[in-house]
Design a protein around this ligand. Structure first.
Ligand SMILES: Nc1ncnc2c1ncn2[C@@H]1O[C@H](COP(=O)(O)OP(=O)(O)OP(=O)(O)O)[C@@H](O)[C@H]1O
Length: 309
């Protein structure tokens, strides 16, 4: 698989302030990569380094095999970028603004712009300077997507969008990836990234603390389980199950409850020896897992996986 983004020990310090420390990461063609972290974690710093808007203190970054510093013109032509602080201003209306940007990029079919604007519910007759924050963000999204770039680099793309438009945006991302475009998007909202990303990187205090698929992040987590049996089962029946150390049977031997860590496969196989009348297994919200990364890397599971990059 071809790496579209390659970061090697990428580091940025702002004077004595740490922005990003030793970030090593590959993003492959066609992938949607969700880059998550709390405020001040280093997401925008990383994205600005990819676009040569700032320069690294150490380490390297390439996008489409191009050096952002030396080959920035070609890189920008092939990338769609939405800045976290996207601003647009001016007396013209949305239509002429977008057509101006399209001309700068060597031309974009009008129908393509109209289609994106319509999908997002963006009124192209509105004056740019009178737009609300959410509508400005829609302009930012249209200009990032309109030339169907090979790579989309989006910093907090759903900021200011209402839930319906957020969903439209997620559909656009999924379609882009299905068509072979690569998407690198930052967010601090797990649920939106979970819905669309193939892999997630979680950054905290300038360091990558987790890097994995959404499915694997879930696999390492704990589920609440409650099972009832038609008749009493032996007290030792589930004693030695991997990951089930927190399970216990009630005194009648007919209800098993507690928690299972990791895959529930061993439990399911053990249950099959008895007649089960009901089963409840509560999936952990990924949001909860995400908070454990936010609140303390020491407490967070799967920090090892960050090293697979
Ligand atoms: N120009 C700058 N000068 C000094 N420090 C900076 C500068 N830009 C960023 N920083 C610092 O670098 C760290 C990372 O900031 P960055 O903007 O990359 O975080 P972020 O993850 O994008 O946060 P947010 O979600 O709030 O946008 C923060 O501690 C921030 O204060």
């Amino acid at each position: 698989m071809e790496n579209v983004i390659e970061l090697r020990e990428l580091t940025k310090t702002y004077g004595t302030r740490r922005g990003l420390t030793g970030l090593t990461l590959d993003v492959v063609r066609g992938e949607v990569f969700g880059f998550l972290g709390p405020n001040g974690a280093g997401k925008s710093t990383t994205i600005r380094l990819l676009l040569d808007l700032i320069r690294p203190t150490a380490g390297s970054a390439t996008v489409l095999g191009l050096d952002p510093r030396g080959e920035g013109v070609e890189l920008r032509r092939r990338v769609g970028y939405l800045a976290g602080d996207f601003v647009c201003d001016g007396r013209q209306n949305v239509r002429s603004y977008l057509r101006f940007l399209a001309a700068l990029r060597g031309g974009v079919p009008e129908a393509r712009i109209d289609d994106l604007a319509d999908r997002l519910g963006l009124d192209q007759t509105a004056k740019i300077k009178k737009l609300s924050k959410g509508n400005r963000q829609k302009v930012g999204l249209v200009q990032a997507f309109m030339h169907t770039p090979e790579v989309l680099i989006l910093d907090e793309p759903t900021s200011g969008l209402d839930p319906l438009v957020q969903q439209t945006f997620l559909d656009m991302v999924a379609e882009a990836a299905a068509g072979g475009q690569t998407v690198f998007m930052s967010s601090h909202i797990m649920s939106e990234v979970e819905a669309v990303a193939h892999r997630v990187g979680i950054i905290r205090d300038g360091r990558l603390v987790a890097l994995d698929t959404v499915a694997n992040l879930r696999t390492g987590t704990v589920r609440d389980v409650e099972v009832t049996f038609e008749t009493s089962v032996p007290a030792t029946a589930f004693a030695d199950l991997p990951g089930a150390s927190r399970l216990s049977l009630d005194e009648t031997g007919t209800t098993l409850s507690g928690q299972v860590a990791g895959s529930p496969d061993a439990l399911i196989k053990a249950l099959s020896r008895y007649t089960v009348t009901s089963l409840r297994a509560t999936e952990p919200a990924l949001e909860e897992l995400f908070h454990s990364y936010y609140e303390g890397a020491e407490a967070a599971p799967r920090t090892e996986s960050a090293r697979i990059a």
